[in-house]
Ligand binder design. Structure first.
Ligand code: ADE
Length: 250
């Protein structure tokens, strides 16, 4: 999979991309992070990428020409892949969109700075406006890194344990069950006996029920969307019982 990243600050990316799992994935040839400096697609001697807004008002606006030229020269005219615009106005990024985008061979990501983008970029170039949450950052570079990280870890061969991405919080529609490792007792706090029992069915049921319980407590919005048919018999009965006892009104 290839990420084509369009930015005026490419230097922001290398410290993160050159560390850890993303770098290993790139070295294995599972993913490419191709950085494109939007300034390289300007035609004036100052390499201008922004300008004042028509109609007045404060702030600067990212010009359309360098962004269109950059994205089209890399991905085709019109672009032959999804073109993401990182913006607080976008749909909030989630695990479902990460899975959808992980199926694509190429994804373009435009990272903005300044007050905003010329509207024609949104209307005629971009396929997805993506936000990472209801807050405003100084630019789209951190959001782009976050999105690429979430997608890359889903690509086959990237995580050491191939089941890692399946059991995750959010992939299953439930938050993840609690984890424990050695020592069996720490400061008087013991690992739950069931995990030491060696009974795999019992452990699986316990984990499912823990996941249900904590999702209900921490993210009641998620439990309402969850389909109980995805569970085996015992956890399903547990969920139905829980919802009867504490009907959740969110
Ligand atoms: N750029 C600035 N703030 C952002 C946000 N919350 N999400 C995506 N891109 C942004």
């Amino acid at each position: 999979m290839k990420f084509e990243i369009f930015t005026i600050l490419p230097e922001i990316f290398s410290p993160y991309l050159s560390a850890s799992i993303l770098d290993k994935a790139a070295k294995k040839g599972l993913v490419e992070f191709n950085l494109h400096n939007i300034r390289d697609y300007t035609n004036d001697s100052h390499h201008t990428t922004d300008d004042t807004p028509y109609g007045g008002g404060g702030g600067m606006v990212m010009k359309p020409e360098p962004i269109f030229d950059a994205v089209e020269s890399v991905t085709g005219t019109p672009p032959q892949c999804p073109v993401l615009l990182m913006t607080p106005q976008g749909k909030v990024f989630d695990q479902e969109l990460a899975h959808t985008l992980a199926e694509e061979p190429q994804v373009a990501i435009i990272c903005g700075r300044y007050e905003g983008y010329d509207e024609r970029i949104r209307e005629h170039l971009v396929t997805h406006e993506v936000s990472i949450g209801d807050f405003v950052l100084t630019g789209g570079e951190l959001p782009a890194l976050l999105v690429m990280d979430a997608i890359t870890r889903l690509l086959p061969g990237v995580l050491g344990d191939p089941t890692g991405a399946i059991d995750d919080s959010h992939s299953s529609g439930l938050l993840e069950y609690p984890h424990y490792t050695r020592p069996v007792e720490y400061r008087g706090w013991r690992v739950p006996d069931v995990l030491l029992s060696g009974d795999h069915q019992k452990i699986e049921d316990w984990r499912s029920m823990q996941a249900i319980e904590r999702t209900n407590k921490k993210r009641p919005d998620m439990i309402l969307k969850f389909n109980p048919e995805e569970l085996s018999k015992k956890p399903r009965a547990f969920l139905i019982d829980l919802l009867k006892k504490s009907p959740n009104k969110s």
